[in-house]
Write a protein that binds this ligand. Structure first.
Ligand code: FE2
Length: 246
């Protein structure tokens, strides 16, 4: 099997030469190492700016929660990750995804903070004040096919979030067979990780840690989830679905 860097270079070069993004080929014996994002979509080790104001998503999330979540919780994951990367000689010029796909080789600090940073970077982008309320095009069709209907999908995804005991995330992923799947992970794990029970490329992740909702919703996690659907950035999720080649 070719080393990861060779596969990565192939996929990057394929993308640049117009061959498109490529997963699930015989060259990629394991989905867990597949590269599906373009260079510009790689996750770095630094926080990127929040794509909207703290009070932009008040239909679902209050401004104080957003500010504390972004400037304290998520910022801590990023800075702890950078410190751990330095200590463990991780090349931070490469995508964080490469580390997460092989996270079993690193410390628990990298697992927790690398996951925490990646998950939050995805979470901010997967919300918008100009939400379409539902997906369209190929993603909408795949959701209908995979789950019966958009409403059935929402119920199943919401249940994954509600039933995650303690802290964690609910996910919509594209798995190795290019099928949509719903699942959840504990703590700051995610489906990119080689240690995860559910593996694949994350399209959409919902933070169900109490820090994401407690100020407004207290113990009512289901109410937070019900309102969160109002701000999901389906355009962004559709772009990721397309990048996954499903
Ligand atoms: Fe969070």
């Amino acid at each position: 099997m070719a080393p990861l860097t060779s596969r990565r270079d192939f996929l990057i070069n394929s993308s640049k030469t117009g061959l498109g993004l490529y997963i699930g080929s015989s060259l990629l014996s394991s989905y867990s190492t597949a590269r599906v994002l373009s260079d510009k979509d790689d996750t770095g080790f630094q926080q990127t700016p929040l794509p909207y104001a703290y009070d932009a998503l008040t239909e679902a999330i209050d401004a104080m929660t957003m500010e504390i979540h972004y400037t304290k919780h998520a910022a801590a994951y990023a800075s702890n990750l950078q410190a751990a990367a330095k200590k463990e000689n991780i090349d931070t010029s490469k995508p964080l995804e490469d580390v997460l796909r092989n996270v079993s080789k690193y410390s628990t600090t990298v697992r927790n903070n690398g996951g925490g940073h990646y998950n939050h970077e995805l979470f901010w982008k997967s919300m918008t004040p100009k939400a379409d309320q539902k997906p369209s095009g190929k993603l909408a069709a795949a959701i209908d096919q995979g789950f019966g209907s958009f409403d059935a999908f929402k119920t199943q995804f919401s249940d994954a979030g509600k039933n995650r005991f303690g802290s964690g995330w609910a996910w919509l992923i594209v798995d190795a067979d290019k099928k949509l799947r719903i699942g959840s992970t504990p703590n700051q794990d995610n489906p990119l990780m080689d240690i995860s029970d559910i593996k694949g490329f994350p399209l959409l992740g919902l933070d169900v840690w109490e820090h994401a909702y407690y100020l407004r919703y207290q113990n009512k996690r289901p109410d937070y989830i019900a309102n969160w659907w109002k701000v999901v950035n389906w355009k962004f999720i559709e772009d990721r679905f397309q990048a996954a080649g499903a």
